[in-house]
Design a protein around this ligand. Structure first.
Ligand code: FES
Ligand SMILES: [Fe+2]
Length: 406
């Protein structure tokens, strides 16, 4: 930090916020100060809705998967009543993690330490060799959990931000893709040695797409500035309309903030001619999903929820992009690929081909984001100006700075 390290954190923070130049990338401490990272987690990740995964990852009663973020661990468990719950993965005996594995299927959740057992709703069902315990006081803690179009959202806040507009907007924009009954075809995790904001900032601009993502740039109009692709987007909307799909450019909820990082933002975008989906050569990858009976001439839908959960919907597959902060300079990007529930691996799709585009793209992103962090850590780093193609990133960093204000 440039400031006197003898100052209290609050004073240093206020000084750094004051020193932040307008219209430029963030100052170094926002990317490498551990105390600012802790504040990020408290003010943002612990307060917002975060996507934890897809409902098909726990489809039958007793099925569960773990979701770790910001130093916390949740178990997304399907109860005997078929409801998904987000139970906190911290034993009510002496605090061990109850489930170490990433996913499982069990009648009860048994803590490996002293074998206290919880039912699928998180109630304490048995505690070995102990009497006079009030089991009703010893249930696993629970956080808010909502499912929309198969996407499982959790929120740690006691009073979470309103979710109904996220629900309505995602139904409107993603409903036609049939994600509610889709299944996971592939998962991958990219561990990135960089602050979570460098990773999400990178996701939110396509200024870097031309130099960094030749594979993506072959098919996706987002690689060019909006004014150069107005006709493409108009044509894509018309083609979709011709197929009975009404596409307005962007669905936004006026009361829920202008951008996805505040609530939800969805937009449809054009693919280049001859390209119908996000594949190596633009050709189909998997059976059509949801309401689609053809590719509608080549388009896709982007949906962003909160600051860390992003979705890409093509007519034949879906991509969930989750950014999971692990430490001040460590972030996991988790990608989940969705296909139609009836699609059969090896028959209807090849998982390698299905994942190819977003795998090469994420490997390239990992590299550029890590190199970005490396430079930002230099004593010579000075935030430079955002360009017009980075407007969403700029809006994100402005929104972020607001969240940190005392
Ligand atoms: S800490 Fe879980 S049973 Fe003891
Ligand atoms: Fe990228």
């Amino acid at each position: 930090m440039h400031t006197d390290s003898g100052l209290s954190f609050e004073k240093r923070l206020i000084e750094t916020l004051k020193a932040q130049p307008k219209g430029s990338a963030l100052l170094q401490p926002f990317y490498n100060d551990p105390e600012i990272f802790d504040l990020d987690m408290e003010r943002i990740h612990m307060r917002r809705w975060l996507c934890a995964g897809h409902a098909s990852q726990a489809s039958a009663p007793g099925a569960w998967f773990r979701f770790d973020v910001a130093g916390e661990s949740l178990l997304i468990v399907r109860g005997t009543d078929h409801v998904l719950r987000a139970l906190v993965n911290v034993c009510r005996h002496r605090g061990s993690r109850v489930c170490y594995e990433e996913s499982g299927q069990s009648r009860r959740l048994v803590c490996p330490y002293h074998a206290w057992a919880y039912d699928l709703e998180g109630h304490l069902a048995s505690a070995r060799k102990s009497q006079d315990l009030d089991a009703s006081e010893l249930s696993l803690a629970q956080v808010h959990c909502r499912v929309v179009e198969g996407l499982v959202f959790v929120c740690f806040a006691e009073n979470p931000p309103e979710f109904d507009h996220v629900d309505a907007t995602l139904k409107q924009s993603l409903g036609r893709f049939g994600w509610g009954s889709a299944r996971v075809a592939k998962k991958a995790r990219y561990s990135v040695s960089a602050n979570w904001k460098l990773a999400t900032e990178n996701y939110q601009e396509c200024y870097h797409c031309r130099p960094a993502h030749p594979e993506f740039s072959q098919g996706h109009a987002t690689e060019k500035p909006e004014e150069e692709t107005v006709h493409l987007r108009r044509d894509a909307r018309q083609r979709a309309l011709d197929h009975g799909i009404e596409i307005s450019e962007v669905y936004r909820w006026p009361g829920g903030g202008e951008q996805g990082f505040e609530g939800v933002a969805c937009s449809n975008d054009a693919l280049y001619e001859g390209c119908v989906t996000g594949s190596r050569d633009g050709s189909p990858l998997a059976p059509l999903m949801g309401d689609f009976s053809d590719y509608c001439g080549g388009f896709m839908t982007y949906a962003d929820v909160g600051p860390a959960s992003f979705f890409l919907a093509y007519p034949d597959h879906g991509v969930m992009y989750l950014f999971l902060p692990r430490g001040v300079q460590q972030t996991d990007m988790e990608i989940i690929w969705l296909v139609d529930e009836k699609a059969e691996e090896g028959v209807d799709y090849d998982p390698e081909e299905l994942g190819w585009l977003w795998d090469v793209t994420s490997i390239a992103d990992k590299r550029i984001i890590e190199q970005n962090q490396f430079g930002v850590n230099s004593r010579y780093y000075k935030p430079g100006p955002y360009t017009p193609m980075e407007s969403t990133t700029q809006e994100f960093t402005e929104w972020y700075l607001e969240q940190l204000k005392p």
